[in-house]
Design a binder for this molecule. Structure first.
Ligand SMILES: [Zn+2]
Length: 249
């Protein structure tokens, strides 16, 4: 009798956990829909497929950022993937479908993958491109900060969230051309804290890089405060350049 009550309770507990799980990830794995055995938002097989497509494209100055009016204030930037359908789904989920856990998870795994292709970063601080406070309130989170936290866990580097603030609540960049994007973000950032920056190295994180104008505007603010080196990091960048309109927000 005792055993049957125990099993009954176990069943209820199991049902409760499954319901909670389905509430958190109603569709199972984001890509294949399979039931997940843990709390990760993607199954191991789908992550393996995504990771297989990582290119870690290094974008330098010149042609890579020809839409930006010089100078370039960051040293270079890395994009984990070229922007393509599977990655578009991933980023859309992160940005618009409450993908907090997904953002952090992808940041952590991307950081781990990055260590296998790049020299270790040392003495570096991770800074996320901030959202305007109004936009962050609407969304409920800053996806770039969650990516930064994931990166911090795998790279063992600290996150500094008190350096930059976005004071210009710009309109969505989706329908803007390169020139408008640059104007939109110029002088859009300021320093929240003015000490401790000189001589530092920064990994500046944004979810997507298009023209690079947002990254450059943040980098300018940091450089003018004395930061020495800045490397940009993003999940994705269009392969054919920033001329594609309408795919980013
Ligand atoms: Zn899957």
């Amino acid at each position: 009798m005792k055993q049957s009550i125990f099993h009954q309770n176990l069943q209820w507990l199991n049902c409760g956990l499954n319901a909670l799980f389905d509430f958190v990830y109603p569709g199972g794995c984001l890509f294949c829909g399979s039931r997940l055995s843990g709390w990760n938002p993607l199954c191991a097989s789908c992550w393996k497929n995504l990771a297989g497509g990582m290119t870690f494209r290094v974008c330098l100055g010149g042609e890579d950022f020809h839409y930006i009016n010089p100078p370039l204030y960051f040293d270079f930037a890395v994009a984990c993937w070229n922007y393509q359908p599977g990655i578009e789904t991933l980023i859309h989920r992160i940005k618009y479908q409450g993908g907090r856990r997904l953002a952090r998870y992808v940041g952590r795994l991307a950081g781990t993958a990055m260590t296998s292709v790049m020299s270790p970063l040392s003495d570096t601080v991770i800074v996320a491109v901030p959202l305007h406070p109004v936009r962050e309130r609407e969304r409920g989170y800053n996806q770039s900060r969650l990516l930064a936290q994931g990166l911090s866990e795998s790279l063992s580097l600290p996150v500094e969230s008190n350096w930059l603030i976005r004071h210009k609540n710009t309109q969505t960049q989706t329908r803007l051309d390169a020139g408008e994007r640059q104007y939109n973000v110029e002088n859009g950032f300021s320093l929240k804290k003015k000490t401790g920056l000189p001589g530092r190295r920064v990994l500046l994180v944004d979810d997507v890089i298009t023209t690079g104008a947002t990254l450059n505007s943040c980098a300018r603010t940091l450089k003018e405060a004395g930061v020495k080196n800045i490397m940009g990091f993003s999940l994705a960048r269009p392969q054919t350049g920033p001329g594609q309109k309408g795919i980013f927000a």
